[in-house]
Design a protein around this ligand. Structure first.
Ligand code: SAM
Length: 261
């Protein structure tokens, strides 16, 4: 808990009768989370996805116990070459299962930029990070079309069980590319099922990433029923947003090129 919230909590402790105190102090301790960098290119410059987008329903994909039994993060970190000293973006960090594991994996010489668009998830994550004294983690607010991460700051970015929820995938991928160092890798974990069912068919994923200029560097079925890991390298040169064409839901490049509103 931050020092500034303590007097308020002590006061509430004196005044309150019964169990409401803890809740009020927890609320008082939650701090709004700000973006980590200025805005990139606006959503209106990019096509909207020509397929359904899943709603945000939870800050975590599956229980941490289940994911630990499947060695999900170990598999992903090995395939992505996550090492001490790396700077890694956790896009759509949610409750921070990957954030906390990444913090340990990159160590004190590395950094984790944990980002999400849902303020209440980020406030809880900020508290989790503070409670764990994870000094190498920064938590930042993003926008649906823009992760709001510093330019050329990342050796790797992970998008874990969240791609199907990105309302503006072309804009987000374009703005994310600006945050990647040359040679960085982007790892996307998802289930092979339709986007409204909280997955992304690999053909659709490949089409949308290629539309922004990302180059596929690997595709792995993960063990333990946790989906697949698709690995991409950033575009060699940024495409003009007006040249990006939306893919159809079956993963073919569509003829129409509607801008996002
Ligand atoms: C199912 S949760 C997964 C959380 C975490 N990555 C995990 O594997 O447990 C999806 C998360 O993605 C976030 N999200 C959805 N759209 C996003 C976007 N455009 N940019 C960043 N985060 C987004 C949601 O707020 C939610 O926290």
């Amino acid at each position: 808990m931050r020092l500034a919230t303590r007097p308020f909590c002590i006061l509430m402790l004196l005044l309150a009768l019964g169990g409401a105190t803890a809740t009020m102090c927890e609320l008082a301790a939650a701090q709004p989370v700000a973006p980590l960098a200025p805005p990139g290119v606006a959503a209106a410059a990019f096509p909207a996805p020509d397929r359904p987008v899943a709603s945000v329903i939870s800050p975590i994909w599956a229980s941490e116990d289940e994911r630990r039994s499947a060695n999900e993060t170990e598999q992903v970190f090995k395939l992505l070459g996550i090492k001490p000293g790396m700077h890694v973006g956790d896009i759509g960090a949610g409750s921070g299962f990957y954030t906390m594991q990444l913090s340990r994996a990159v160590g004190p010489s590395g950094e984790v930029l944990a980002q999400d668009i849902t303020p209440k998830y980020l406030e809880a994550l900020q508290q989790r990070v503070r409670a764990a004294d994870a000094a190498n983690v920064k938590v930042g607010l993003g926008e649906e079309h823009d992760p709001r991460l510093p330019a050329h700051s990342l050796d790797a970015a992970v998008l874990i069980h969240m791609y199907h929820e990105i309302a503006q995938p072309y804009a987000l991928l374009f703005n994310l590319a600006a945050a990647l160092k040359p040679g960085a890798l982007v790892g996307i974990v998802d289930l092979d099922r339709a986007t409204p069912e909280h997955g992304t068919p690999p053909k659709l994923l490949r089409c949308e990433l290629a539309a922004v200029g990302y180059r596929e560097a690997g595709f792995h079925k993960l063990k333990g029923g946790v989906g697949y890991l698709a690995i991409f390298k950033p575009p060699l040169e940024a495409k003009q947003p007006s040249a990006i064409k939306a893919c159809s839901r079956d993963g073919n490049t569509a003829a129409k090129n509607q801008r996002a509103s």
